[in-house]
Design a protein around this ligand. Structure first.
Ligand code: 5AD
Ligand code: SF4
Length: 482
């Protein structure tokens, strides 16, 4: 046998089949290639991961960074200067896609000037076949393309590109696999996102997420607890439990458990001070969860409860499976159990067939619930979703007018809600030195409200009792309480 072939065969036989061992093997192999590339370039090569979209993507990016650092790349915050640029994309609304195409053009020009440069694209947008076709045709300089289901395989794909120098494309339609124990590099030392589930089974008629993130899968509770215990031992005091619909956690486990039961277990972890979670679907929010929250000393008094629309007629077309009255009754129950809770929401304006009367229902819900803040979105038509084929798409100027009216209402109410805390003393977890004034630090209350107050970098990650002195609409200026 030819010596090269037998060497290659021997090398391939060494590749572990089991995960995550297989990926650690490829990280080592990528490291060898990278060392060679750095020697040739005469310097250390750098990377920049740019994240679009939600907290799930932010958490995925931490995993990519963890792998890249282990391989030996150095982080470069300025995308323009980095040798390896990775875009972790979002596709929930069309404008997110346009931003990626716009920026890719610039990356292509940079690549012509830098022979060491590589570009990888991953995340939700890559799960759409039309996107990958367009990339192949119009952006052939992209080196690696992968999706949401095989992000754990990043090291393996990287090696495949390094060894073939060809574009590597690997997109899976769906998966039931969850790979544990890969490296990840946290953005903050004191707080962390923790995935508790992946995917979504709800199929809201406007939403592309179930198509790009696949079917709902819950992580084993023991793996979640183990991860949080490890994070706490590393100094984390606050976790954000992440899932598209955390209220249906556990339904698909071999031994089913509820989200409320999971919270009870997490609450027991010594040293963990704050627990947050995102996102809750109103149809699955149980009284058991309200009880657990109300009696907890660690679960933050904040609930993000997307309403999407206040009109029962539109909610039905959205396939949300609750009514205006049902949502309002739920909000009431939550407020009764926790009068100090902060409620936030997502609202879509201009869903197909939305009339002025439907929109008035949305305004009515906003006025009744009085959200502490709300994310407002203009409906975006996503190819392949049922809503994209619905008649009566609302004209742009009508949507814009409604959007502006909704925004004003939401902002007026959230300013009033913010002002309610004036003069109180509350606990703040300090997150950073203030970006505009280095004499101030910035932190968050349990209810997620931002507070700036005099301090320095040594306070980051610490809890402080702060008097809220001056309300600035959606944040406070405070001072340490005497
Ligand atoms: N158009 C506008 N907004 C959307 N969202 C999801 N899909 C769309 C769409 N097609 C919003 C919803 C969701 C948030 C994450 O994004 O409000 O809660
Ligand atoms: Fe999209 Fe609805 Fe699933 Fe949220 S619950 S990710 S809006 S389909």
């Amino acid at each position: 046998m030819n010596q090269n072939i037998s060497d290659t065969a021997e090398r391939e036989a060494q590749i572990p089949v089991q995960e995550p061992q297989r990926q650690y093997y490829f990280m080592e192999r990528a490291k060898e290639h990278l060392e060679e590339m750095c020697r040739a370039a005469g310097r250390r090569l750098t990377f920049c991961v740019t994240t679009f979209g939600c907290q799930m993507n932010a958490r995925d990016s931490e995993k990519l960074v963890g792998i890249l650092e282990r391989v030996g790349y150095m982080e470069e915050p300025d995308e323009e200067k980095a040798d390896f640029v990775i875009y972790n994309t979002c596709t929930v609304r069309e404008n997110a896609n346009q931003r990626v195409y716009g920026r890719l053009g610039q990356l292509g020009r940079n690549k012509k000037k830098n022979p060491n440069m590589m570009i990888a694209l991953c995340g939700c947008m890559m799960q759409e076949p039309e996107v990958v076709e367009k990339l192949k045709k119009s952006y052939p300089f992209v080196d690696i393309i992968f999706g949401t289901h095989n992000i754990y395989k990043f090291a393996e794909l990287l090696v495949s590109h390094m060894e073939s120098e060809r574009t590597v494309i690997d997109i899976w339609k769906d998966t039931d696999k969850i790979v544990e124990d890969l490296p990840s590099e946290r953005k903050y030392p004191f707080k962390s996102g923790v995935n508790i589930m992946f995917g979504c089974n709800n199929f809201c008629s406007y939403c592309i997420v179930p198509y790009v993130r696949g079917r709902e899968r819950s992580r084993d509770p023991r793996a979640i607890i183990k991860e949080i215990e490890r994070l706490v031992s590393e100094g984390v005091v606050e976790v954000m439990l992440l899932g598209q619909n955390v209220n249906s956690y556990g339904k698909t486990l071999d031994k089913p458990m509820t989200f409320a039961q999971l919270l009870r277990e997490i609450e027991k972890i010594d040293g963990l001070e704050r627990i947050r979670f995102m996102t809750s679907h109103p149809k699955d929010l149980s009284d058991e969860l309200i009880d657990v929250m109300a009696s907890s000393g660690k679960i933050c008094r904040h609930l993000h409860l997307p309403v999407q629309s206040g009109s029962t007629r539109i909610l039905e077309k959205m396939n949300r499976r609750y009514t205006k009255e049902g949502y309002l009754a739920l909000a009431e129950r939550i407020k009764k159990a926790m009068p100090d809770i902060s409620l936030t929401t997502d609202i879509i304006v201009g869903f197909p067939g939305e009339t002025e009367e439907d929109f008035q229902d949305t305004l009515d819900v906003v006025r009744k619930v009085r959200y502490d803040s709300a994310f407002t979105f203009i409906y975006s038509k996503r190819t392949g979703t049922p809503a994209a084929a619905m008649p009566d798409q609302v004209p742009g100027d009508v949507v814009k007018d409604r959007f502006d009216r909704l925004l004003k209402e939401v902002q007026d109410i959230s300013t009033q809600m913010c002002a309610l805390h004036q003069g109180t003393v509350q606990t703040v977890l300090v997150e950073s030195v203030n970006a505009h004034d280095p004499a101030l630090v910035t932190g968050r209350l349990g209810n997620n409200l931002l507070v700036h107050f005099p301090g320095d970098a040594s306070m980051i990650g610490g809890f402080f009792r702060v008097k809220l002195k001056e309300c600035k609409g959606f944040y406070y200026i405070g001072e340490i309480a005497q």
